[in-house]
Every structure is written in C-alpha cells, then in structure tokens.
Design a protein around this ligand. Sequence first.
Ligand code: BG6
Length: 299
Amino acid sequence: MMKTALKLPRSVQLDAGRGGLPRLEIASPLARAQVYLHGAQITQFAPTGGGAILFESERARFEPGKAIRGGAPVIFPWFGPHPEGEDKPAHGFARTREWTLESATEEDDGTVVLVLRLEPDEEAVALWPEGGRAWTLRHRLTLGTALTMELEIENGGPAPFRCEEALHTYFRVGDIREVALHGLEETEYLTVIEDQPRKREGSGPIRFTGETDRIYVNTEANLSILDPVLHRRIEIEKSGSRATVVWNPWIAKSQRLTDFVPDEWIGMLCVETGNLRENALVIPPGERHVTRTVLREEV
Ligand code: BG6
C-alpha cells in the first residue's frame, strides 16, 4: 500500500495502480471507482448494482508523461493540437502530470469526495507562459450513485488569461452503431475531420455511422446517451460549459491509435463537457471558473 499524509476515509485506499502509478481505489456502499493521481484521472466508475459507466482501453498506457486512454482525462489549457506544433502536447499538459490529493472525505451515506490539485511547475510555465505562475486547478470528484466532476480553474495572478478545457469523458456503450445521443439538436458545430468549417445538427438525435469528431459550440444543454444494447440511458448534466465535443474514431483512425485495440471503437463514445474554441474561457485576476458535469445511469 502507498502512503499519504492524509487520513483516508474508510472506503478509499491508495495503492500502486497499473504501471506502478499511484491510484485511489474507492469501494463504498454506493459505488466502485479508480482514480489516478496521474492526470487526476478517473478511469473506472460503477454505481452499486449498476454497470461500468466509463470506457477504458485494454491497451491504455500507464506511464509518466503519457495520457491514459479512457475514463475522463482533464484537458487544459488548450484543446487538441497546439497551434505552435507538436513540441507542445496535444490537449495540454494537465492529463499527463501527477496531481496532489488535497482532500478525501466520506459522507454518512457513503458518498466519497476527492479533491485533487495541480499548480504550475517550471515545465508547465514553459509550455504555457501566457498562464503565468499563479493558477490553480482543482478537480473535485463526488462519487455517489452518480459521478460528479467539477474542474475549477483559479487565476491567482495579476493578469487575465485565456484557456480551453474539457472533461474528456469516454463512455462505455454496447454498440456505437445502435446508440442515440440526445441534446444537441439544431446546434452548430465545428468539424474536425470534414472540410466545411461549420455545420448545424439536424432536429433528431445524433446517430453514428462513421468517424465523428465535432465541437458543438454555444450549447449549455444536458445530454443523454440511449443505449439499447446495454439497456440503459446515461444522463449527462452540465453547467459552466458552453461547448460539447463528440468523438468516435471508427475503424481507420482506431487502427492508427497505438494505445487502442482496433475494434474497441464499437464499445465507446466520447462526450466531452468543456469550454473551447469560440467558447474558450478568459479568467480575470482573482477569479475562478467551475465546469461541472454529473453522470448518471438510468435503467
Ligand atoms: C478528441 C478530439 O477530443 O480527442 C479528437 O476531438 C482526438 O480529434 C481525440 O483524436 C483523442 O485525442 P488524443 O490526444 O487523446 O489521442
């Protein structure tokens, strides 16, 4: 067992997880979950009596400096490739750094609340000088029968900064070709793979028939994933988020991902809650922003 200066509540243990990385194991009356300090990343969550909500690749890498393929990576302070090129890591650096466990508590009903914190070190400042040296990220995970994730970005410096962020959640689905995603009807989106820069979603739910990579903008709508194969619906509530990203790599891109089993695209769907592109955040000095999402399985 690994050691922490904090007294952990009954339902939480710190151990060496895959690749030897520090991992919090939660086994409460309400849920089971795994959270890595690497990236503050929850990789597994299942409410008691329910199914696994999150997808985790069988080939996910658990190595310092690498992103874990699955669960809910924290994307910050930029989304996607950096405009200056590949010297800067795709989707920022928050998902590949080790965070500090700030607190771990358990309520009387068994709800576990974990708070993980990331502050800038020299490497982060070099990668993102615009952010200065005085920002703090806090990722608060509330694990009850639902999973609540709250990413707080605080600007403790003297100047405003612009940043992008997302809770890049990988959902487990029975078969992506049977899934319907509700909540983005009539919403404008930026296409990442097609030529046209901007499109508008139709009036029905989204169905998946090929590689999908879209940034829906100016939307605060809640979402739901209807999954007839797993006989369930996943409700996604969000607040403090004006963008939603929808991603499935389908066949060809899956084969290019080295940390993915080629047919795993069938069993996953990313629905990401955040603020990016025209909905990027500008955080004034002394202020903070919270992006919150609540995930709940309904059968
Ligand atoms: C999605 C992006 O959010 O993340 C995709 O929209 C990208 O373009 C995907 O391929 C996975 O990114 P990565 O860096 O984890 O391979």
